[in-house]
Design a protein around this ligand. Structure first.
Ligand SMILES: [Zn+2]
Length: 366
Protein backbone atom coordinates (compact mmCIF):
# COMPACT_ATOMS: atom_id res chain seq x y z
CA UNK A 1 0.00 0.00 0.00
CA UNK A 2 1.21 3.49 -0.80
CA UNK A 3 0.51 5.79 2.11
CA UNK A 4 0.11 9.52 2.14
CA UNK A 5 0.47 12.00 4.97
CA UNK A 6 -2.53 14.15 5.83
CA UNK A 7 -2.14 17.93 6.00
CA UNK A 8 0.10 18.67 8.97
CA UNK A 9 3.05 20.76 10.10
CA UNK A 10 5.85 19.84 12.54
CA UNK A 11 9.00 21.16 14.09
CA UNK A 12 11.71 19.56 16.21
CA UNK A 13 12.05 20.96 19.70
CA UNK A 14 15.04 19.54 21.58
CA UNK A 15 14.45 15.79 21.78
CA UNK A 16 10.77 16.16 20.95
CA UNK A 17 8.79 16.82 17.83
CA UNK A 18 5.74 19.07 17.92
CA UNK A 19 3.15 18.25 15.29
CA UNK A 20 -0.14 19.96 14.44
CA UNK A 21 -2.75 18.25 12.27
CA UNK A 22 -6.00 19.46 13.86
CA UNK A 23 -5.49 23.10 14.91
CA UNK A 24 -7.31 22.40 18.18
CA UNK A 25 -4.46 20.27 19.48
CA UNK A 26 -0.71 19.87 19.13
CA UNK A 27 0.94 16.46 19.47
CA UNK A 28 4.32 16.15 21.15
CA UNK A 29 6.25 13.04 20.11
CA UNK A 30 9.53 11.83 21.57
CA UNK A 31 12.09 11.97 18.75
CA UNK A 32 15.58 11.97 20.30
CA UNK A 33 17.28 10.62 17.17
CA UNK A 34 15.32 12.74 14.69
CA UNK A 35 13.96 9.62 12.99
CA UNK A 36 10.31 10.67 13.21
CA UNK A 37 11.13 14.04 11.67
CA UNK A 38 13.07 12.30 8.89
CA UNK A 39 10.18 9.90 8.23
CA UNK A 40 7.71 12.81 8.10
CA UNK A 41 10.01 14.71 5.70
CA UNK A 42 10.03 11.73 3.35
CA UNK A 43 6.26 11.18 3.66
CA UNK A 44 5.65 14.84 2.84
CA UNK A 45 7.21 14.29 -0.59
CA UNK A 46 4.22 12.22 -1.72
CA UNK A 47 2.70 8.74 -1.64
CA UNK A 48 5.20 6.07 -0.63
CA UNK A 49 5.54 2.45 0.46
CA UNK A 50 7.35 1.27 3.61
CA UNK A 51 10.10 -0.20 1.40
CA UNK A 52 10.48 3.04 -0.55
CA UNK A 53 10.60 5.10 2.63
CA UNK A 54 13.20 2.81 4.17
CA UNK A 55 15.41 3.22 1.08
CA UNK A 56 14.94 7.00 1.01
CA UNK A 57 15.82 7.25 4.70
CA UNK A 58 18.92 5.14 4.23
CA UNK A 59 20.02 7.47 1.43
CA UNK A 60 19.95 10.34 3.91
CA UNK A 61 21.81 8.40 6.57
CA UNK A 62 18.87 7.25 8.67
CA UNK A 63 19.03 3.49 9.13
CA UNK A 64 15.47 2.17 9.53
CA UNK A 65 14.49 -1.25 8.21
CA UNK A 66 11.28 -1.74 6.27
CA UNK A 67 9.75 -3.31 9.42
CA UNK A 68 10.85 -0.32 11.52
CA UNK A 69 9.23 2.01 9.00
CA UNK A 70 6.06 -0.11 9.00
CA UNK A 71 5.93 0.19 12.80
CA UNK A 72 6.41 3.95 12.50
CA UNK A 73 3.61 4.15 9.94
CA UNK A 74 1.32 2.18 12.28
CA UNK A 75 2.09 4.72 14.98
CA UNK A 76 1.32 7.65 12.71
CA UNK A 77 -1.87 5.93 11.54
CA UNK A 78 -3.01 5.47 15.16
CA UNK A 79 -2.69 9.25 15.48
CA UNK A 80 -4.95 9.67 12.44
CA UNK A 81 -2.22 11.13 10.24
CA UNK A 82 -2.10 8.71 7.29
CA UNK A 83 -4.31 7.59 4.44
CA UNK A 84 -4.16 4.99 1.69
CA UNK A 85 -3.05 7.08 -1.31
CA UNK A 86 -5.30 5.12 -3.69
CA UNK A 87 -8.36 5.71 -1.51
CA UNK A 88 -8.26 9.42 -0.82
CA UNK A 89 -10.47 10.27 -3.78
CA UNK A 90 -12.96 8.47 -5.97
CA UNK A 91 -10.78 8.82 -9.03
CA UNK A 92 -13.47 10.44 -11.17
CA UNK A 93 -12.53 14.14 -11.40
CA UNK A 94 -16.14 15.30 -11.76
CA UNK A 95 -17.34 13.27 -8.76
CA UNK A 96 -14.30 14.26 -6.71
CA UNK A 97 -15.02 17.93 -7.38
CA UNK A 98 -18.72 17.57 -6.53
CA UNK A 99 -17.98 15.74 -3.28
CA UNK A 100 -14.77 17.59 -2.41
CA UNK A 101 -16.06 19.03 0.88
CA UNK A 102 -17.82 15.89 2.09
CA UNK A 103 -14.69 13.86 1.36
CA UNK A 104 -12.47 16.43 3.04
CA UNK A 105 -14.74 16.20 6.09
CA UNK A 106 -14.53 12.40 6.04
CA UNK A 107 -10.75 12.71 5.73
CA UNK A 108 -10.69 13.93 9.34
CA UNK A 109 -11.93 10.46 10.35
CA UNK A 110 -10.21 8.25 7.79
CA UNK A 111 -7.13 6.09 8.21
CA UNK A 112 -5.30 3.20 6.61
CA UNK A 113 -8.14 0.81 7.50
CA UNK A 114 -11.12 3.08 6.81
CA UNK A 115 -10.76 5.15 3.69
CA UNK A 116 -12.63 8.31 2.87
CA UNK A 117 -13.33 7.07 -0.67
CA UNK A 118 -15.06 3.98 0.72
CA UNK A 119 -17.16 6.11 3.07
CA UNK A 120 -18.10 8.37 0.15
CA UNK A 121 -18.98 5.36 -2.00
CA UNK A 122 -21.25 4.12 0.79
CA UNK A 123 -23.02 7.48 0.86
CA UNK A 124 -23.50 7.51 -2.90
CA UNK A 125 -24.93 3.98 -2.80
CA UNK A 126 -27.27 4.82 0.09
CA UNK A 127 -31.01 5.01 -0.21
CA UNK A 128 -32.73 7.07 2.49
CA UNK A 129 -36.48 7.11 3.06
CA UNK A 130 -37.40 10.61 4.24
CA UNK A 131 -40.72 10.71 6.04
CA UNK A 132 -42.28 14.16 5.97
CA UNK A 133 -41.22 17.08 3.82
CA UNK A 134 -42.26 19.73 6.33
CA UNK A 135 -40.17 21.70 8.81
CA UNK A 136 -37.55 19.13 9.79
CA UNK A 137 -38.02 17.04 6.65
CA UNK A 138 -37.30 19.74 4.11
CA UNK A 139 -34.07 20.54 5.93
CA UNK A 140 -33.20 16.82 6.09
CA UNK A 141 -33.72 16.53 2.31
CA UNK A 142 -31.42 19.48 1.65
CA UNK A 143 -28.69 18.22 4.00
CA UNK A 144 -28.78 14.64 2.65
CA UNK A 145 -28.71 15.89 -0.95
CA UNK A 146 -25.73 18.09 -0.11
CA UNK A 147 -23.89 15.16 1.49
CA UNK A 148 -24.29 13.19 -1.72
CA UNK A 149 -26.71 10.46 -0.65
CA UNK A 150 -27.43 8.65 -3.92
CA UNK A 151 -31.11 7.92 -3.62
CA UNK A 152 -33.98 9.56 -1.75
CA UNK A 153 -37.59 8.53 -1.38
CA UNK A 154 -39.65 11.39 0.05
CA UNK A 155 -43.09 10.78 1.55
CA UNK A 156 -45.67 13.42 2.46
CA UNK A 157 -49.34 14.16 1.79
CA UNK A 158 -49.47 17.93 2.29
CA UNK A 159 -49.62 20.75 -0.18
CA UNK A 160 -47.45 23.85 0.14
CA UNK A 161 -49.16 26.53 2.27
CA UNK A 162 -48.17 30.09 3.23
CA UNK A 163 -47.58 29.19 6.88
CA UNK A 164 -44.82 26.73 5.83
CA UNK A 165 -42.59 29.58 4.76
CA UNK A 166 -41.16 30.33 8.21
CA UNK A 167 -39.11 27.16 7.97
CA UNK A 168 -39.53 25.09 4.80
CA UNK A 169 -37.00 26.39 2.34
CA UNK A 170 -37.58 23.80 -0.36
CA UNK A 171 -40.67 25.75 -1.39
CA UNK A 172 -41.26 28.98 -3.29
CA UNK A 173 -44.19 31.34 -3.36
CA UNK A 174 -45.21 29.99 -6.76
CA UNK A 175 -45.51 26.49 -5.23
CA UNK A 176 -48.41 27.36 -2.91
CA UNK A 177 -51.09 24.72 -3.42
CA UNK A 178 -48.73 22.22 -5.07
CA UNK A 179 -47.87 18.80 -3.65
CA UNK A 180 -44.91 19.12 -1.29
CA UNK A 181 -43.25 15.87 -2.33
CA UNK A 182 -43.52 16.69 -6.03
CA UNK A 183 -41.86 20.05 -5.43
CA UNK A 184 -39.29 18.53 -3.03
CA UNK A 185 -38.31 15.94 -5.66
CA UNK A 186 -38.09 18.68 -8.28
CA UNK A 187 -35.81 20.67 -5.95
CA UNK A 188 -33.48 17.67 -5.55
CA UNK A 189 -33.33 17.05 -9.31
CA UNK A 190 -32.52 20.68 -9.99
CA UNK A 191 -29.97 20.73 -7.18
CA UNK A 192 -28.11 17.60 -8.28
CA UNK A 193 -29.37 15.57 -11.24
CA UNK A 194 -27.16 12.65 -10.16
CA UNK A 195 -29.40 11.97 -7.14
CA UNK A 196 -32.20 9.53 -7.82
CA UNK A 197 -35.36 10.76 -6.15
CA UNK A 198 -38.83 9.33 -5.82
CA UNK A 199 -41.84 11.29 -4.57
CA UNK A 200 -44.56 9.39 -2.70
CA UNK A 201 -47.67 11.50 -2.19
CA UNK A 202 -49.32 9.35 0.43
CA UNK A 203 -51.09 9.69 3.75
CA UNK A 204 -49.69 7.11 6.14
CA UNK A 205 -52.68 5.79 8.07
CA UNK A 206 -51.05 2.72 9.61
CA UNK A 207 -47.94 0.53 9.61
CA UNK A 208 -49.14 -1.28 6.47
CA UNK A 209 -48.79 1.97 4.47
CA UNK A 210 -45.05 1.88 5.17
CA UNK A 211 -44.42 -1.75 4.22
CA UNK A 212 -43.64 -1.27 0.53
CA UNK A 213 -41.49 1.77 1.22
CA UNK A 214 -38.62 0.12 3.09
CA UNK A 215 -37.47 -2.26 0.32
CA UNK A 216 -33.84 -1.51 -0.56
CA UNK A 217 -33.74 1.35 1.93
CA UNK A 218 -30.67 1.81 4.15
CA UNK A 219 -32.11 4.27 6.67
CA UNK A 220 -35.34 6.05 7.58
CA UNK A 221 -35.08 9.74 8.45
CA UNK A 222 -37.73 12.12 9.75
CA UNK A 223 -41.15 11.31 11.08
CA UNK A 224 -44.87 11.52 10.56
CA UNK A 225 -47.22 13.96 12.15
CA UNK A 226 -50.95 14.07 12.21
CA UNK A 227 -51.71 10.76 13.89
CA UNK A 228 -50.91 9.97 17.53
CA UNK A 229 -48.77 6.85 17.63
CA UNK A 230 -47.47 7.32 14.07
CA UNK A 231 -43.91 7.35 15.44
CA UNK A 232 -44.51 3.77 16.63
CA UNK A 233 -45.58 2.66 13.13
CA UNK A 234 -42.32 4.04 11.78
CA UNK A 235 -40.43 2.39 14.65
CA UNK A 236 -42.07 -0.94 13.79
CA UNK A 237 -41.31 -0.56 10.07
CA UNK A 238 -37.65 0.21 10.80
CA UNK A 239 -37.26 -2.71 13.21
CA UNK A 240 -39.00 -5.15 10.88
CA UNK A 241 -36.75 -4.10 8.00
CA UNK A 242 -33.67 -4.03 10.27
CA UNK A 243 -32.71 -0.51 9.20
CA UNK A 244 -31.82 2.46 11.42
CA UNK A 245 -34.35 5.17 12.12
CA UNK A 246 -33.38 8.76 12.89
CA UNK A 247 -36.15 11.13 13.93
CA UNK A 248 -36.78 14.30 15.81
CA UNK A 249 -39.39 16.75 16.90
CA UNK A 250 -40.16 19.90 18.78
CA UNK A 251 -42.36 20.53 21.79
CA UNK A 252 -43.14 24.05 22.91
CA UNK A 253 -39.62 24.92 24.05
CA UNK A 254 -37.62 21.77 23.39
CA UNK A 255 -35.98 20.34 20.31
CA UNK A 256 -35.20 16.63 20.29
CA UNK A 257 -33.65 14.05 18.04
CA UNK A 258 -33.06 10.35 18.57
CA UNK A 259 -32.23 7.21 16.65
CA UNK A 260 -32.98 3.51 16.78
CA UNK A 261 -30.33 0.97 15.79
CA UNK A 262 -32.32 -2.26 15.29
CA UNK A 263 -31.00 -5.22 17.25
CA UNK A 264 -28.58 -2.99 19.15
CA UNK A 265 -30.33 -0.06 20.84
CA UNK A 266 -33.67 0.24 22.64
CA UNK A 267 -36.46 1.55 20.42
CA UNK A 268 -39.24 4.14 20.55
CA UNK A 269 -41.64 1.62 22.06
CA UNK A 270 -39.09 0.68 24.74
CA UNK A 271 -38.95 4.40 25.47
CA UNK A 272 -42.64 4.41 26.35
CA UNK A 273 -42.31 1.48 28.77
CA UNK A 274 -41.56 3.64 31.81
CA UNK A 275 -44.11 6.39 31.14
CA UNK A 276 -46.80 6.84 33.78
CA UNK A 277 -50.04 5.03 32.99
CA UNK A 278 -52.36 7.76 31.61
CA UNK A 279 -55.36 6.10 33.26
CA UNK A 280 -53.82 6.15 36.75
CA UNK A 281 -55.25 8.74 39.17
CA UNK A 282 -51.83 10.14 40.07
CA UNK A 283 -50.41 13.52 39.11
CA UNK A 284 -47.96 11.71 36.79
CA UNK A 285 -50.78 9.75 35.15
CA UNK A 286 -52.99 12.82 34.71
CA UNK A 287 -50.10 14.87 33.32
CA UNK A 288 -49.35 12.07 30.86
CA UNK A 289 -53.00 11.99 29.72
CA UNK A 290 -53.15 15.78 29.36
CA UNK A 291 -49.85 15.87 27.42
CA UNK A 292 -51.09 13.21 25.01
CA UNK A 293 -54.26 15.13 24.30
CA UNK A 294 -52.62 18.55 24.03
CA UNK A 295 -52.88 20.14 20.60
CA UNK A 296 -49.82 22.31 20.00
CA UNK A 297 -49.70 24.73 17.10
CA UNK A 298 -46.46 24.24 15.21
CA UNK A 299 -43.92 26.68 16.65
CA UNK A 300 -41.06 25.62 14.41
CA UNK A 301 -39.07 28.48 12.93
CA UNK A 302 -36.33 28.32 10.32
CA UNK A 303 -33.27 28.35 12.60
CA UNK A 304 -34.72 25.61 14.81
CA UNK A 305 -36.05 23.48 11.92
CA UNK A 306 -32.66 23.71 10.22
CA UNK A 307 -30.96 22.73 13.50
CA UNK A 308 -33.20 19.68 13.81
CA UNK A 309 -32.83 18.70 10.16
CA UNK A 310 -29.08 19.02 10.31
CA UNK A 311 -28.82 16.94 13.50
CA UNK A 312 -30.96 14.21 11.92
CA UNK A 313 -28.91 14.28 8.72
CA UNK A 314 -25.65 14.22 10.71
CA UNK A 315 -26.78 11.19 12.71
CA UNK A 316 -27.79 9.58 9.39
CA UNK A 317 -24.25 10.27 8.11
CA UNK A 318 -22.86 8.33 11.08
CA UNK A 319 -24.99 5.29 10.24
CA UNK A 320 -24.46 5.46 6.48
CA UNK A 321 -20.67 5.85 6.49
CA UNK A 322 -19.64 4.54 9.92
CA UNK A 323 -17.24 7.47 10.25
CA UNK A 324 -18.13 7.33 13.95
CA UNK A 325 -20.77 5.41 15.93
CA UNK A 326 -24.29 6.87 16.14
CA UNK A 327 -24.53 9.28 19.07
CA UNK A 328 -28.30 9.19 19.61
CA UNK A 329 -28.93 5.43 19.30
CA UNK A 330 -31.50 4.53 21.93
CA UNK A 331 -31.43 8.00 23.42
CA UNK A 332 -33.16 11.33 23.15
CA UNK A 333 -30.81 14.25 22.61
CA UNK A 334 -32.68 17.25 23.95
CA UNK A 335 -31.86 20.84 23.11
CA UNK A 336 -33.68 23.13 25.48
CA UNK A 337 -34.60 26.57 24.17
CA UNK A 338 -34.62 27.84 27.76
CA UNK A 339 -31.01 26.85 28.37
CA UNK A 340 -29.36 27.94 25.16
CA UNK A 341 -29.70 24.69 23.18
CA UNK A 342 -26.97 22.85 25.07
CA UNK A 343 -27.54 19.15 24.25
CA UNK A 344 -28.56 16.79 27.05
CA UNK A 345 -28.64 13.01 26.51
CA UNK A 346 -31.48 10.96 27.97
CA UNK A 347 -31.12 7.23 27.26
CA UNK A 348 -34.30 5.27 26.53
CA UNK A 349 -35.18 2.60 29.07
CA UNK A 350 -34.63 -0.93 27.74
CA UNK A 351 -37.71 -3.15 27.70
CA UNK A 352 -36.55 -6.79 27.48
CA UNK A 353 -40.09 -7.82 26.48
CA UNK A 354 -40.53 -5.12 23.82
CA UNK A 355 -42.66 -6.61 21.01
CA UNK A 356 -41.24 -4.12 18.48
CA UNK A 357 -37.60 -4.97 19.25
CA UNK A 358 -38.53 -8.65 18.84
CA UNK A 359 -39.25 -7.90 15.16
CA UNK A 360 -35.66 -6.88 14.40
CA UNK A 361 -33.68 -9.43 12.39
CA UNK A 362 -30.98 -10.97 14.57
CA UNK A 363 -27.53 -9.58 14.05
CA UNK A 364 -25.42 -11.85 11.90
CA UNK A 365 -28.39 -13.33 10.02
CA UNK A 366 -28.92 -12.20 6.44
ZN1 LIG B 1 -38.09 -1.84 21.77
Amino acid sequence: MRVVLKECAWESLGEDLVLVHDPREALTLADPGGQVAALLDELAKGPATAAGLSAALRARGVELSEDDVADGLDGLDSLGLLEDAAERWLGDPEADERHFSTMTFLGAFSGLRVSRAEMMRKLRRSHVLVLGAGGGGSSVVQSLAGLGVGKLTIVDRDDVAPRNFARQFLYRHADIGRSKVERAAEWVREYDPAIEVRAVDRWIAGPEDLKDLTDGVDLIAGGLDGEPGAHLWVNEAALRAGIPLVGGGMGRTQLMYCSVDPGTSPCLLCDESDRPDPSSPTSGGVAQRLSQGLQLNNALIGPIAAQMGSLIAYEALRYLTGFEPPRAAGARVMLDLRTGLVPVWEPFPTDPDCPACALAPRRGTP
